[in-house]
Ligand binder design. Structure first.
Ligand code: SF4
Length: 454
């Protein structure tokens, strides 16, 4: 962690700037077709995670649990895990069960790999779904770690070494919104590329209203497509603070699929890198519609500059998004003064410096492994005029009297978090407009007179 006097004295966490690790894994599993996320642990964990996911996506979410009690906490949860998967099979007929461990089962030392091996042997006469497991103790990591570990587990455990060569591009977009995944698929199509997006939550976590209830929401990455990933022509993954072991690195190391890591394409510079990479993969030039979108975005930067220039911003949340947002703010003339994440060991300061060091006169304070309690006083002293992050920082932004631009996960005090876009030239345009309007709104509300034109 970077120097942070408040955190040195902390003996507990107050208002965490991160969420639980298996929650992130559950989100990733929700992006696989016919999949049911399954928590190996006690019931309360599943309830907490469902509450968070439902309040952001506003979709019915089922997360199964092995419902461990006192007895299993002492003697092990193997029998419950096996029985739980059989119940899920009866109720949902899933194509995949994504099992994530929890604090309890990691602490008692349940060997999920062994239990699942026994399960497959004991019930080999049944038509078993794919079962993918991931280790996600929440005292080690964040929801973002859980998400990336689950994506790695899906790739590593399902990839078929015999898969035939194909022209698809594996896309690991990270924790982006369903609307952003729809946008990414459109962009790939414009370049004549066919992506296999893992995970694909574009329908499963933002589906249409239906006459009949679906036990497992339609959509998601087909299991067959995940199995075929070793035959992909290349892979692309987004993030500036990705773990060493990821979906993309797994494909590259095990099957020689060339992996390109890019920052989240948010802001003109990061988007340029992304669209250039697509041009190279497809052998085509940038389509005219994106040239136009880029041009309109640059024009908006010029028009909006007088409202945003020099504003002081605090950014917090998931580490990859935080880097992308900070670089974008620097690009539009905002001065990020404090950048924080609940994650640890992500080399956030290095990533921020590399993403926007050349654009800033003064580097922001960068804090890793912090909660809101740790950074609140420091942030207040920096007199922020703008705050960017998820809904968890709402009360702090309010106390600092600065508008909060909601971005990332979870957004549970506003409507439409699942449809927010910030990536691509189109998404960046939407985010830029939201920021400019929030600053104008603040100025208007603070004025005792108000005005009609700006
Ligand atoms: S932090 Fe641990 S105990 Fe709490 S909900 Fe997450 S997995 Fe369960």
């Amino acid at each position: 962690m970077t120097n942070n006097p408040a955190a040195k004295n902390a003996v507990s966490t107050t208002n965490a700037c991160k969420l639980c690790t298996p929650l992130g894994a559950s989100l990733a599993f929700k992006g696989v077709e016919g999949a049911v996320p399954f928590l190996h642990g006690s019931q309360g964990c599943a309830t907490y995670m469902r509450r968070y996911i439902i309040s952001h996506f506003r979709e019915p979410i089922d997360i199964a649990s092995s419902a461990l009690g006192e007895k299993q906490a002492v003697y092990g949860g193997g029998p419950n895990l096996k029985k739980g998967i059989l119940n899920v099979m009866k109720k949902y007929s899933p194509s995949l069960v994504g099992v994530a461990s929890t604090c309890l089962t990691e602490t008692i030392g349940d060997d999920m790999g062994l239990i699942l091996h026994e399960f497959r042997e004991e019930f080999s006469d049944l038509d078993l779904p794919e079962v993918v497991h991931v280790s996600t103790p929440s005292y080690q990591g964040t929801h973002s770690d859980g998400f990336h570990r689950a994506v790695h587990a899906l790739t590593d455990q399902l990839a078929d070494p015999e898969a035939e060569k194909n022209e698809r591009i594996a896309l690991f977009p990270g924790m982006v919104s369903p609307a952003e995944i729809r946008l990414l698929k459109d962009i790939f199509r414009e370049y004549g590329l066919t992506p296999t997006v893992l995970p694909d939550i574009s329908d499963t976590l933002d589906g249409p209203a239906l006459e009949d209830y679906e036990p497992v929401a339609s959509g998601g990455t087909p299991v067959a497509d995940i199995k075929a990933l070793p035959g992909a022509a290349a892979s692309v993954e987004f993030g500036s603070c990705l773990p060493r072991e990821s979906g993309g690195t797994c494909l590259e190391k095990r099957f020689g699929v060339l992996n390109t890591r890019l920052p989240i394409p948010l802001g003109v510079r990061a988007c340029d890198d992304f669209y250039d990479a697509l041009a190279e993969l497809s052998g085509s030039c940038i389509p005219r519609r994106y040239e136009q979108e880029r041009g309109r975005l640059v024009d908006a930067y010029v028009d909006g500059h007088k409202y945003v220039f020099g504003k002081r911003a605090v950014v917090y949340g998931e580490e990859n998004l935080v880097v992308a947002l900070t670089a974008f703010l620097a690009e539009i003339g905002v001065q990020p003064v404090l950048v924080g994440t609940g994650a640890e060991g992500k080399r956030l300061a290095e990533a921020v410096e590399s993403a926007c060091g050349d654009l800033l006169r003064e580097q922001p304070l960068v804090r890793e492994g912090v909660d809101f309690h740790d950074i609140a006083e420091e942030a207040e002293a920096l007199t922020p005029e703008l705050v960017l992050g998820n809904s968890k920082g709402q009360r702090y932004a309010r106390a600092w009297n600065a508008p909060l631009i909601r971005a990332g996960f979870p957004i549970h005090d506003r409507f439409g978090g699942q449809r927010l876009k910030g990536i691509g030239y189109e998404g960046t345009q939407e985010l830029f407009d939201r920021i400019v309007n929030a600053l104008i709104d603040k100025k208007q509300s603070d004025s005792p007179i108000g005005w009609g034109y700006i």
